[in-house]
Write a protein that binds this ligand. Structure first.
Ligand code: CTP
Ligand code: CA
Length: 227
């Protein structure tokens, strides 16, 4: 077992992690969603628990399981449900990491009966969901708040904008166009940026190893009193 000395880096800390996609219902049999396996969030939860933290994992629908007794999993389906759970849990945690792929829009109308197909085109009107991370940034007192950013163009520029706009302590920026990054895979490559705009490149590695690096940077930045 490597890094045994690091294993208690987060002892006594309470960490809230959101993972996976959300589903925005159209009718009983159809929904809009985002590409997300939940693997990055679940890796963060497992590694944080192994580093001594107590973890609350707020999870969208994913094909993953957790068996760690230090992880308390709460399942949600829609962005609206995730919003309520995250807001309620927020004040009880020291570190909050929003790795979930939250839908930005949902159908304006949800039908209780299955929609029947008609001739011609179908137009579905969409409305914005709440920005959960933005709301948490506004609520923040002494928590350490970490966001994710999935970008295809000028990732660093857009990522830093999100860090500042959402009042975050750090952001993990994924260039989802890069080989081995983001989405369903077992690997990731990312840039961690804290609010002092100190940048750390995380080289291509398993999501488990990437999670270990992210959590080590968080522990460092909390210790320095950056939050
Ligand atoms: N996020 C959130 N609630 C939303 C949308 C996003 O909490 N309704 C969070 C994500 O969990 C992530 C961060 O905001 O931690 C950035 O998500 P991303 O989709 O990259 O950015 P957006 O702010 O949604 O902007 P855009 O999709 O237009 O790039
Ligand atoms: Ca988005």
């Amino acid at each position: 077992r490597k890094h045994q000395s690091r294993s208690e880096l987060l002892a006594g800390k309470k960490i809230l992690i959101s993972a996976g996609p959300t589903r925005e219902r159209i009718d009983p049999v159809r929904f809009f969603t985002n590409r997300s396996s939940g693997k990055m969030g679940y890796s963060l939860a497992e590694v944080a628990a192994n580093m001594g933290a107590d973890v609350t994992l707020v999870s969208g629908p994913v094909a993953l399981e957790t068996h760690n007794r230090r992880i308390n999993r709460i399942n949600i389906t829609s962005a609206e449900e995730m919003y309520h759970v995250m807001k309620e849990q927020f004040v009880h945690h020291d570190i909050i990491i929003k790795s979930a792929a939250v839908a930005d829009y949902r159908p304006k109308i949800t039908y209780d009966e299955k929609m029947k197909k008609q001739t011609g085109e179908l137009h579905i009107e969409m409305e914005r969901t709440k920005d959960i991370l933005q709301a948490l940034g506004e609520m923040k007192t002494d928590q350490f708040l970490v966001g994710f950013a999935a970008e295809t163009t000028t990732p660093l520029e857009y990522g830093v904008k999100k860090l500042q706009k959402k009042n975050l302590d750090a952001i993990v920026i994924n260039n989802v166009n890069m080989v081995g990054a983001g989405f369903e895979g077992d690997t990731n490559v990312a840039t961690y940026v804290n609010k002092q705009l100190q940048q750390e490149e995380i080289q291509l590695a398993s999501k488990h190893d990437v999670a270990q690096k992210i959590l080590t940077f968080i522990a460092r930045d909390m210790k320095d009193g950056f939050s």
